[in-house]
Design a protein around this ligand. Structure first.
Ligand code: CDP
Ligand code: MG
Length: 142
């Protein structure tokens, strides 16, 4: 089993696509291990996307990510990191395969509906950015 961090970004939340995207997530066989509606501050968005600090889109991206509520999820499945990125499709919705989430719900390369971790180390960092170990069911009580 593997876990990945997914975000339903503010563009998809404001467009009332949370339910449709959750349906695709569960329909693809992921287990939702944790989920929360968050409103990121600019500083929190900058911390989450720190790896992109030098990129030209960093300011715009972090303003967008802090523009309204987002839904953060811990998804679990075999090969979850690769599988969730495949379900999302390419970063640019205009280049994403038909039937992927970003093709169907994204409206621009920035407003592309969802986020997914890209490797095991980034998944660990990103899951820890939003969820305490106990929230992920890792305490002995569960
Ligand atoms: O999200 P993904 O891993 O597919 O792409 P990324 O290269 O890690 O970029 C992170 C996010 O920055 C993207 O999901 C887009 O929202 C945004 N982005 C952008 O606004 N303009 C670009 N040229 C590339 C990415
Ligand atoms: Mg990325």
């Amino acid at each position: 089993m593997e876990r990945t961090l997914a975000i339903i970004k503010p563009d998809a939340v404001v467009a009332r696509q949370v339910g449709a995207i959750l349906q695709r997530i569960e329909g693809a066989g992921f287990t939702v291990r944790a989920m929360r509606l968050v409103r990121l501050s600019q500083v929190e968005a900058e911390g989450f996307y720190a790896v992109h600090r030098e990129r030209p889109f960093f300011g715009s991206l972090t303003a967008f990510m802090s523009s309204g509520p987002a839904v953060v999820l811990a998804l679990e499945a075999p090969d979850a990191i690769r599988k969730w990125r495949a379900l999302m499709g390419a970063t640019d919705p205009g280049k994403a395969d038909v039937g992927t989430i970003r093709c169907d719900f994204g409206t621009s390369i920035e407003h592309n509906a969802t986020h997914g971790s890209d490797a095991q180390d980034t998944a660990a960092f990103e899951l820890g950015y939003f969820f305490a170990g106990g929230e992920l069911g890792e305490d002995a009580e569960r």
